[in-house]
Design a binder for this molecule. Structure first.
Ligand code: NAP
Length: 483
């Protein structure tokens, strides 16, 4: 057992022994079957001296949230974390209820009636806007939409990105921007062979006209948010030349000094410099069919076009030191880049849940170390949150583990003060009965494993990791009827 879990255990022991005699398992609902939901469930069932039973709900039939619908389809290794999630969900005290939407199929009041505690782990399903003129033109989309589309998210199966565009602009320099640029740059054959990208996306990408992809950073190369492993992949694309202006790597003194304390940026700069050195000394190779341009120190000011975007107006920036943080400041120098598709990739954003407090500015559920609070900061007993909807959209999948453990530690510390639900309402069958009475066709874990097996089999037949079902109806048809 990890140290943090044994710490939780000893805390919970003293709480239970001194204050509470619970003659049944503590009933916890986890809303959202993404990484933070699974890590929260895992932290709860790992308790050795107290029975906690966990019901995990997701509005989609398939579990795993961002791992299935966010992680790039050609990054299969990252997706292997689902094997661990499966162990959690297969535990005797964990149940899965897919295709059940909080706020629609089950209300906040339903949850509070049937569970001693509720944990919100719904992630951040929307995105931040640029707030510039022309952002609503056709052809201006978010990376969130594009990612969900190529990953086969049921809500985006009919989405149509403009792949007739020869020139595409991607705004932002985080790992999501790198993912979408890489997907745009690779050949359809590469993607098909090595990924579980949705069939509709392969088809569309096979017919793609994209030649130039511009990834825009409002600050310099030393401030880019992407990680070095992801950058390195861009230097190794078989179908696209990476274009970086060597002048951009002549860093200002503050940026150069900032590398001292920032290993990722230091390695990024090293990789970019090495890449340019090798490119300068290499014999002129055949140009590749596509070009991926990294453009630093530019901000989009306006998207141009009548009904459809056809260009982006950029302003050149300079860096200004604000107490050690290097801000991008416009210089007034403008430049237009032609682009028939513009994708903003400037961060995800959480969306509010019905009857749950929400911090509009941050796009998160207000909380103190995972305990949900109202907008005045008063803790709401029995409600918790973890993951991106708790802290905002940052960090890798694994970051959510420590985050969920922190929140569940608070839940377990609070056990003695929770308002426990009536024993009849805590009966595990009561939720099933409620769903049945509402006519909700929920998906159990066994149903999901059946769908999963079919996806894997279809993948095997095509020499691919898996072939995804993208329609909810199709998935529901494969499930055993709930009796
Ligand atoms: P991110 O890492 O926060 O990057 C957002 C980017 O958008 C930054 O370059 C930021 O620039 C820029 N930006 C923000 N507002 C802007 C504006 N108004 N105009 C122009 N640029 C703007 O977010 P993300 O790429 O969405 O990734 C979210 C999280 O998921 C990150 O922690 C990421 O590492 C993780 N992730 C990991 C992987 C992986 O491990 N392979 C893959 C995908 C995502 P500034 O720095 O100037 O603010």
């Amino acid at each position: 057992m990890s140290e943090s879990n044994s710490q939780i255990n000893s805390q919970i022991n003293s709480q239970i022994n001194s204050q509470l005699t619970l003659n049944r398992a503590l009933r916890v609902a986890v809303i959202g079957a993404g990484p933070s939901g699974f890590y929260a469930a895992e932290a709860l069932i790992k308790q050795e001296d107290m029975d906690v039973s966990v019901d995990i709900f997701d509005r989609l039939p398939a579990p795993y949230g961002l791992v299935r619908y966010g992680v790039a389809p050609d990054h299969q290794k990252i997706k292997s974390v689902t094997r661990m999630f499966d162990r959690t969900i297969s535990h005797e005290r964990v149940r899965y209820f897919g295709n059940v939407e909080f706020g629609k199929d089950l209300s906040h009041a339903d949850m509070r009636k049937h569970y001693d505690a509720v944990v919100y782990t719904v992630g951040a399903s929307s995105d931040r806007s640029l707030n510039i003129a022309g952002e609503d033109l056709a052809g201006s989309i978010s990376a969130t939409e594009f990612v969900a589309w190529y990953n086969g998210h049921p809500d985006y199966k009919d989405f149509v990105p403009n792949l007739d565009a020869e020139s595409v602009v991607v705004v932002g320099m985080g790992n999501v921007a790198v993912d979408v640029c890489r997907i745009l740059a690779k050949t359809a054959d590469e993607l098909q062979a090595e990924s579980d990208i949705a069939d509709h996306a392969i088809e569309a990408l096979r017919a793609s006209n994209v030649k130039d992809i511009y990834m825009l950073g409002r600050r310099g190369p030393a401030q880019a948010k992407f990680t070095t492993k992801e950058l390195r992949e861009l230097t190794e694309l078989s179908n696209a030349d990476l274009i970086i202006d060597p002048a951009d790597l002549e860093l200002d003194a503050v940026s150069e000094a900032s590398l001292e304390n920032d290993n990722n940026s230091k390695n990024n700069i090293k990789v970019m410099r090495q890449f340019l050195e090798e490119a300068a000394t290499a014999e002129s190779p055949e140009p590749k069919p596509r070009r991926l341009h990294l453009k630093f120190l530019v901000s989009p000011k306006e998207l141009l076009g009548d009904a459809e975007v056809n260009a982006v107006r950029l302003e050149k920036n300079r860096l200004e030191d604000d107490n050690g943080y290097l801000n991008a400041v416009g210089t007034g120098e403008m430049q237009d880049i032609a682009a028939a598709m513009v994708m903003r990739s400037v961060g995800y954003r959480g969306v509010p849940l019905a009857d749950v407090p929400f911090n509009e500015r941050r796009g998160t559920i207000p909380n103190v170390e995972g305990r949900v609070t109202d907008t005045e900061g008063n803790v709401i007993t029995g409600e918790y949150t973890a993951g991106w909807i708790k802290r905002g959209p940052s960090g890798v999948i694994g970051t959510n583990k420590a985050d969920a453990i922190e929140s569940m530690q608070k839940l377990l510390e609070d056990v003695a003060s929770l308002t426990l639900v009536e024993n009849a309402d805590a009966d595990p069958s009561s939720v099933e009965k409620l769903l049945a009475s509402k006519g909700i066709r929920y998906v159990r874990f066994d149903d999901w494993k059946h769908i999963d097996a079919l996806e894997l089999k279809a993948g095997e037949e095509q020499g691919r990791p898996r072939v995804k079902f993208v329609s909810v109806e199709e998935m529901l048809e494969l499930c055993e009827p709930v009796t």
